[in-house]
Design a protein around this ligand. Structure first.
Ligand SMILES: Cc1cc2nc3c(=O)[nH]c(=O)nc-3n(C[C@H](O)[C@H](O)[C@H](O)COP(=O)(O)OP(=O)(O)OC[C@H]3O[C@@H](n4cnc5c(N)ncnc54)[C@H](O)[C@@H]3O)c2cc1C
Length: 304
């Protein structure tokens, strides 16, 4: 649909740089696939965010909030309505003794480095996850035994009534790749962590070592969205997929990585449709061969 009649209003709220029409989502996803979003809005402040959401709601325009697009598969047909991308401008980090307050758009690597520089430990696991804080809180991202929830004390959200609230982390129902934001429709605006003191050199070494492990095991030379599937209970998706002989299995430009079967990669010219069909194929074969139902970790947006 054409939203040109609303563009001037959004420009008056966010400035020219904050509004894009027919924006190719391939430029905003780590899979590097996905057709155009009718509108992309890039608020740089919480006030800007509220004001555009009021217009979107008032005009019945569907919308979705994204961060760095590192866990997204967006339809080749693109997205109708608006994509609200929270990144630049909403990316501050402040440290006061052991308390770290971070805004939604800060990349996890930057957050990790900032806390290490301040002599705090605990977020080293996140230094190689390519998302922003908001997406990582939403997903309760985790790696190498750590999860976003571990040292979190509260989360700043905008609720479905557009009210800003500070919610204790204990009330966010965090579990494996899950948070209350998924059911409640919260937009994550930021989070507060209480981190233990650490030794900056040890923390840097730890982060670097974990990142080296990633480079060794994961197909980081190719676009992907990380692990395609959630870890099934008592098992590993990659091990099951490999055991089914699917390593290297290809549909169009999408391939089950030869390096790590838990990753589907874009070998260069994949369409989202290729990736989607490969996800379905892998699910079907793994179910038939092992009886395990694999659930995608990757979030799909648009029509498939
Ligand atoms: C190479 C690679 C390695 C990865 N390794 C890991 C890993 O080790 N562990 C892991 O957990 N993940 C991993 N991921 C996946 C991904 O980086 C994480 O899920 C990350 O937390 C997603 O953050 P994002 O900002 O990119 O979110 P997006 O991909 O933009 O969005 C993900 C979901 O969160 C929602 N969302 C985003 N921002 C907000 C917000 N502010 N408020 C409300 N909802 C929001 C979106 O609507 C969407 O449903 C990896 C990905 C890649 C490409």
């Amino acid at each position: 649909m054409n939203y040109q009649h609303l563009t001037a209003r959004f420009v008056s709220l966010l400035g020219e740089a904050g509004v894009r029409e027919n924006e190719p989502m391939a430029a905003h996803t780590t899979f590097k696939t996905g057709g155009p979003a009718d509108l992309m809005l890039l608020p740089r402040t919480e006030e800007g965010l509220v004001s555009v959401l009021r217009v979107l709601r008032g005009e019945d325009v569907p919308y979705v909030v994204i961060g760095r697009g590192s866990n997204l598969l967006v339809s080749d047909e693109g997205l109708r309505g608006a994509v609200v991308k929270l990144s630049d401008g909403m990316d501050s980090v402040s440290v006061r003794e052991n308390s770290v307050t971070a805004q939604t758009g800060v990349p996890l690597k930057a957050l990790c480095l900032e806390t290490i520089r301040a002599g705090l430990a605990g977020l080293e696991f996140a230094g190689g996850i390519p998302g922003a804080l908001g997406g990582a809180v939403y997903m309760n991202a985790g790696a190498y035994g750590g999860e976003m929830k571990d040292y979190m004390t509260s989360v700043r959200v905008m609720d479905s009534g557009l009210e800003i609230r500070e919610i204790p982390a204990a009330e966010m129902k965090f579990s494996y790749r899950h948070s209350a934001a998924m059911e409640k429709g919260y937009i994550i605006l930021g989070a507060v962590f209480s981190l233990p003191e650490g030794d900056p050199q040890l923390s840097m070494d730890k982060m670097n070592e974990l990142n080296a492990r990633r480079r060794e095991k994961q197909p980081l030379a190719y676009p992907s969205a990380g692990s395609t599937f959630k870890r099934p209970e008592g098992n590993y998706a990659g091990a099951l997929i490999e055991a089914c002989g699917l390593k290297g299995f290809t549909i169009g430009g999408a391939q089950v990585s030869e390096k790590h079967a838990g990753f589907i990669i874009n070998t260069g010219n994949a369409f989202s449709r290729d990736i989607y069909e490969l996800i379905l194929h892998v699910k079907e074969v793994v179910l038939k061969e092992t009886g395990v139902i694999l659930e995608p970790e990757v979030k799909m947006l648009g029509e498939f």
